[in-house]
Design a binder for this molecule. Sequence first.
Ligand SMILES: *Cc1c(COP(=O)(O)O)cnc(C)c1O
Length: 396
Amino acid sequence: MHRFVYADNSATTKISKNVLDAMLPYFTEGYGNPSSLYALGQQARAAIDEARHKVAVALGAKKDNEIYFTSGGSEADNWAIKGAAHEMAKKGKKHIVSTKFEHHAVLHTLDALKKEGFEITLLDVHEDGLVRIDELKAAVREDTALVTVMFANNEIGTIQPIAEIGEFCREKGILFHTDAVQAVGNVEINVEDMKIDLLSLSAHKIHGPKGVGALYCRNGIRIETLINGGAQERSKRAGTENTAGIVGLGVAITDAVSDINARCEKLKALRDRFIDGALKIERSRLNGDREKRLAGSANLCFEGIEGESLLLWLDHSGICASSGSACTSGSLDPSHVLLSIGLPHEIAHGSLRVSFSDENTTEDVDHILNVLPLIIDKLRAMSPLWERIKKEEKGE
Ligand SMILES: *Cc1c(COP(=O)(O)O)cnc(C)c1O
């Protein structure tokens, strides 16, 4: 019974040995400041240049200088959206189109821009967890500066029609940003083919370190400076570089992209085994399209229970999972993502997200599937909501 299963890889991942080994020298003998002219500094500079090249290659970017290192996905999202919006406002374009189920790093950034006088249109997401390109086309206006749509959703794992959106935005001369934090390393991405102008990513979701990420910004696109100071990151984001973190990101993204197909196949098998098993539970449902989803991610609702209680009991059995996003847990509001796909409040409360990595095994999935129905039975036995559901079933 004392098995430990980590199934919350959409929240964060364990750093890989390969990544850690590559980073360690930059905490010890490789401590030079990358801006220093002596060899110790220039070695760090070379390591950063190499990492930048690796990220560019992984995304199919034309030039290394289209990659800017940041402190993570949230910073990249903030910078891309505010940075592009402020530049476009100079041309009188102050309208932004996005979706209702973006990560809070995007939604709260849009809230901040709204207070500055930008107009925001948030597209509905359908029950299958996908946005519709026709609705996006209908939402853009003459003064639309930017479209920002996430590549893959962090709670329900659904993958959006990014290439189609890119094609349309390019045609219309509208900037296109995508939060690809969940997609990088899990979906094949090519910023050129997909006509993406700005893309955010984060290392800690792909077995890299926390506190480092990157923004891809296509050459020729102007974004406002984020941090004033030294000349780092082409004078747009000042501050002595996080050399070890950046090196870790370079290795993590290269590893993630290099075995993407084999890994996704393995993850899909785990995910589908989990979905098939969990759907045997009475009054359960899978949230989001069955196929157009991340290989390792599944989100289900079980009627008549509270997601939070379920998580605590799973933890007792050594299982780490989530009720949605790590950022909303702690609040008692149901997930904005589940509400956006039309789930009623009481059902959205009973959600469970499991997200696997290639360290998970079939035995892990079976352990969850053994424990889960017992916990759900126990919780339902105490639930007034479940009692009501059962009464209604009987027509009482
Ligand atoms: C995790 C995540 C972020 C935030 O990335 P950090 O590196 O933790 O700041 C942004 N968007 C999505 C979709 C995420 O999953």
